[in-house]
Design a protein around this ligand. Structure first.
Ligand code: SAM
Length: 449
């Protein structure tokens, strides 16, 4: 029997795995998805399918022994919908923490707004946003402020995607929101109302966010975005109607791979879920909201945005710029990636797929180095990550991101404590034991990397 590149890759993963403590504690099985977040205050303001559970942070603190801390300094370089930061505020409200300071980054301008608005939900206290929203809705109904221009993304001009009446209502809402907010300088009110408007966009279209794409689902559109907007504001007003707590969060619109220096102050925990090389292009998936809110000025701007994301998808050719090749661990990283690169089928997609593997490792190493510098000695890191399958059946290969991240974390100076396998997908195949979702736990043991 001949040994194939696939067999060599499985052996490679086996050898990496044998260096670590691997377990399936079952504690994370239900926490690696967003299930439950739609019923949880603040988290429910905008559903991000790729988010993890609002209970993830509590479990990680418990598991790492950091649950003894009364003040938690937390960093998340891939904030997404803000689950990590918002959960820290939840723990204060439950009495499990006295105080928390969160540093978060997100490169997608719409998700940046979602994170910022949600985290402000633990900071602002009661606001009169329902009254303001009522004014906006009344003015929109009579089109008192006219309509804003249709965004230049062609999707909006197609009535199969956006029923004409719904689009008109959305544009009237945006026009009135802009007029009213000119008189209110309060940044939190502005963020919360923009988030409520954004939450009406997909439901009032015939498009459904479905994994990697937006799909046409005829007849899906709910009528009247104005009512969806008002319902969203009511939920937000309800969730913020609470006393303030000692919670501070700073969310920056930032490419986490290009952070020049550690963020201050130092942190106790880095908890995050990075993009995985599973071909989800977040720029594409959240484009309706970003375009509608005017967060892209042109299609060049949109393309530029895509280039700033982690090299986790092959919807672009990335070129072959790899920072690790200038560093001292180049041989080690090449040896780590070679069996993955060799297992990629020799077809017209090969170069593009190889660029993703090399680019992904390069991007993750840059982020892990930054996180190492941003943690205190003794600080912990927990990464929720999914491994992914690529190629056609019989000629497929798995990118075991959990094992690659564990090895790259060591290169960045971390000690890897354990890998806790959260779950295996339903479409598990006998071809690979490595298709799974895991949590990788690591500790910063020394100051130097
Ligand atoms: C898996 S999601 C994070 C979800 C998050 N844990 C939550 O529960 O909402 C990964 C995020 O990384 C963001 N991202 C991709 N490339 C980035 C980059 N270069 N810098 C910062 N964020 C980036 C994506 O826009 C996406 O929001």
């Amino acid at each position: 029997m001949t040994t194939t590149a696939h067999d060599l890759l499985e052996k490679h993963y086996y050898q990496i795995e044998s260096r670590y403590s691997i377990l399936s504690s079952g504690k994370y099985t239900t926490l690696v998805t967003a299930n439950g977040n739609s019923a949880t205050p603040i988290h429910r303001w905008f559903r991000m399918k790729e988010a993890y559970s609002s209970e993830m942070l509590g479990q990680v603190l418990n598991d790492t022994g950091l649950d003894g801390l009364r003040t938690l300094r937390l960093v998340d370089p891939f904030s997404g919908s803000g689950t990590t930061g918002v959960s820290a505020g939840d723990l204060i409200r439950r009495g499990d923490l006295d105080e928390s300071r969160v540093t978060a980054m997100e490169v997608n301008p719409f998700l940046h707004l979602v994170s910022r608005a949600k985290m402000s939900g633990h900071m602002v206290g009661p606001l009169r946003i329902q009254t303001v929203a009522g004014h906006i809705a009344r003015r929109a109904l009579t089109e008192q402020d006219g309509l804003t221009e249709i965004p230049s993304l062609t999707t909006f001009a197609n009535p199969d995607y956006f029923p004409t009446e719904n689009l008109r209502n959305l544009l009237a809402l945006k026009a009135s929101l802009t007029t009213i907010l000119r008189e209110t300088s309060d940044a939190a009110t502005s963020d919360l109302l923009h988030l409520a408007l954004a939450s009406a966009i997909e439901p009032s279209s015939n498009l459904r966010r479905d994994g990697r794409a937006l799909r046409l689902t005829a007849g899906k559109a709910r009528t009247n975005p104005i009512n969806i907007f008002l319902d969203a504001v009511e939920t937000i007003a309800h969730d913020i109607d609470k006393p303030r707590i000692p919670f501070t969060a700073s969310v920056s619109l930032q490419d986490s791979r290009r952070l020049p220096q550690p963020v201050q102050p130092s942190h106790d925990l880095a908890l995050f879920s990075p993009p995985y090389p599973n071909n989800i292009d977040y720029t594409e998936v959240y484009k309706l909201e970003a375009w509608f809110l005017g967060l892209y000025s042109s299609s060049e701007d949109f393309s530029l945005q895509r280039r700033q994301t982690v090299r986790s998808h092959s919807s672009l050719r990335w070129g072959e710029q790899y920072g690790f090749r200038d560093g001292k661990n180049v041989k080690l990283i090449e040896a780590l990636l070679a069996p993955v690169l060799d297992a990629i089928p020799d077809d017209r997609y090969r170069r593009g797929r190889q660029e993703v593997v090399l680019g992904y490792a390069d991007d993750m190493l840059a982020t892990l180095r930054f996180l190492h510098a941003s943690l205190d000695v003794g600080g912990r890191m927990a990464i929720a990550v999914g491994n992914s399958m690529h190629g056609k059946a019989g000629n497929d290969y798995v990118i075991a991101s959990d094992l690659l991240l564990a090895q790259l974390a060591e290169v960045a100076g971390f000690h890897v404590d354990k890998i806790d396998i959260a779950r295996y997908p339903k479409r598990r195949t006998a071809r690979s034991a490595y298709l799974r979702e895991s949590l990788v736990f690591a500790t910063k043991e020394r100051q130097d990397a």
